[in-house]
Design a protein around this ligand. Structure first.
Ligand code: GLC
Ligand code: CA
Length: 512
């Protein structure tokens, strides 16, 4: 089931900032359609679109006010359907962003839920039964409703928490997962999923997937809830793919998700790779990949190799990759990202090394994230080809650096990051050992040492990947003998018996 995921390579589109076709300064659905061929040509065959539903945009759309309608600024439901159709014509797939944990305060459910009298939405959110009692351990909204109570929030204070129950309720106002209110919320969620899947979407990236059931420290309740949803999907939409923003694959995959993201928060050590003081992928060579690998191995075993662990290049919540690593370091980072198991996710613009734009005023609840959400840089024309609107009307200001990277220039330059990414994706496609579900065995990943080496394997093919971001030549011992080079950036390794010498600043894939 969902076989397409086995070969999927995703491109994350932040719709606001991708491509504006009607010159209002903000990206739109028609812009996504116009650029599908670009994404395809790069070598991606699937997209994830950040929330594009009706919203007051206090959190860039992660505060939904109507799950059934697209935000007019992007286009109509029909236009979104056209994205599904156009993608399918190109053998591509589309994940929408599902925000199941909270809504906007402007959602009609919440407005009804705030009323003093009982109605069908009274239990749709997590409310205490007195304005003077706050839900312990959670933020809350108080004093804006006629209803006597405080409503728990999930993230910003305008994002009230939907009620899926408490794992072990210990107060009168806390409902159990099996109470009517939480059960109705779950059914309402299924209806939303049904609506978009019927229209042609291929699955969902699920926002804050691990936080639905409250006071559920080890995730048992939330796992059960997602298993219930997977059952529903298996019956009605067996090919629907579910990818979680959870950061703990051992839990999310148990809940029936196909794949989980490693994130800039949580226990994965993902930040050690690119986003810390001494990233492993910096040429300085002072990083440490061993914590990441240890945790990865642990998850890989715990998930019985059945699911996929996704290591994204970045996303709309993280500081851009190109802030901490540069030039060839980025190419080497992509050699790693695009040779690991799990479906790769490329955040729009990372393929050309788009920079983090410093010192921007927060836009729509972005705060420091705003600098990673600036308009895509297509070419050297007005507004980098993103929009024909006057510059001051752009949703987020562009990177003003005259050397800012752009797609057109990099397409003309064979040595660009764009071409390296494209080449890597082509190699990934043509080697079964490098596919999403092929096995991985770590060969060398020592504390504070370089290189990183791992073996990717499937039945008939074994590829040794050797990655040395550091600016020093490195050596390691390895029982596998490299025979044929299928990819290299920088120099090629040399083997003397089991002793391997790895050139500084290099990455290579070798058939053994
Ligand atoms: C997720 C989203 C983030 C959003 C938050 C609240 O972490 O990726 O952008 O602000 O959830 O919905
Ligand atoms: Ca527009």
């Amino acid at each position: 089931m969902a076989k397409w995921l086995d070969h999927a390579v995703f491109y994350e589109i932040y719709p606001q900032s991708f491509y504006d076709t009607n010159s209002d300064g903000i990206g739109d659905f028609k812009g996504i359609i116009a650029k599908l061929d670009y994404i395809c040509e790069l070598g991606c065959n699937a997209i994830w679109i950040n929330p594009c539903f009706e919203s007051p945009f206090g959190d860039a759309g992660y505060d939904v006010s109507d799950y059934y309608r697209t935000a007019p600024r992007y286009g109509t439901n029909e236009d979104l359907k056209q994205i599904f159709d156009e993608a399918h014509k190109r053998n591509m797939h589309v994940l929408l962003d599902l925000v199941p944990g909270h809504t906007s305060v402007e959602h009609k459910w919440f407005k009804e839920s705030m009323k003093a009298g009982h109605n069908q939405y009274t239990d749709r959110y997590v409310w205490t039964d007195s304005i003077w009692e706050e839900p312990a351990g959670m933020g809350c909204i108080r004093g804006i409703s006629e209803r006597d109570g405080s409503c728990a929030v999930n993230f910003f204070s305008h994002q009230p928490a939907l009620n899926y129950g408490f794992y072990k309720p210990d107060k009168k106002w806390q409902q159990s997962m099996d109470d009517e209110g939480p059960k109705a919320t779950l059914e309402a969620l299924k209806d939303i999923m049904r609506f978009w899947l019927k229209m042609g979407c291929d699955g969902f990236r699920v926002d804050m997937a691990g936080s639905l059931v409250k006071h559920d420290e080890d995730g048992k309740g939330t796992i059960k809830l997602w298993q219930n949803i997977r059952e529903f999907l298996d019956q009605e939409f067996p090919d629907a793919v579910m990818v979680s923003e959870w950061g703990e694959p051992d839990k999310s995959l148990l809940g029936g998700f196909h794949m989980d993201f490693l994130l800039h928060f949580g226990p994965s050590h993902y930040n050690d790779l690119f986003r810390c003081e001494e990233p492993f992928f910096s040429g300085r060579g002072k990083g440490d990949v061993s914590g990441f690998v240890a945790k990865y191995k642990e998850n890989y075993e715990k998930t019985e190799r059945k699911g996929l662990i996704c290591i994204p290049s970045g996303n709309h919540d993280m500081i851009r990759l190109a802030k901490t690593i540069h030039g060839d370091e980025l190419k080497i980072a992509f050699a790693f990202l695009l040779s690991m198991p799990g479906a790769p996710f490329i955040y729009y613009g990372d393929e050309i090394g788009m920079r983090y734009v410093e010192n921007l005023k927060s836009v729509e609840g972005g705060y420091e994230r705003t600098g990673s959400r600036s308009p895509m840089q297509w070419d050297k024309s007005l507004n980098a080809g993103f929009s024909n609107a006057p510059e001051e009307d752009l949703y987020i200001p562009l990177d003003r650096d005259i050397n800012r990277p752009d797609v057109e220039s990099q397409q003309k330059d064979e040595t660009s990051l764009y071409h390296e990414v494209k080449k890597l994706l082509k190699i990934r496609r043509s080697h079964p050992a490098l596919q999403n579900r092929s096995e991985i065995e770590f060969v060398y990943a020592e504390k504070n040492k370089y290189p990183l080496a791992y073996l990717r394997s499937c039945e008939n093919e074994h590829i040794l990947v050797v990655i040395n971001p550091s600016d020093q030549e490195q050596t390691f011992d390895c029982s596998y003998i490299p025979k044929e080079t299928v990819y290299h950036f920088g120099g090629i390794i040399t083997a003397t018996g089991s002793h391997i010498t790895v050139p500084a600043g290099s990455a290579g894939f070798y058939i053994i």
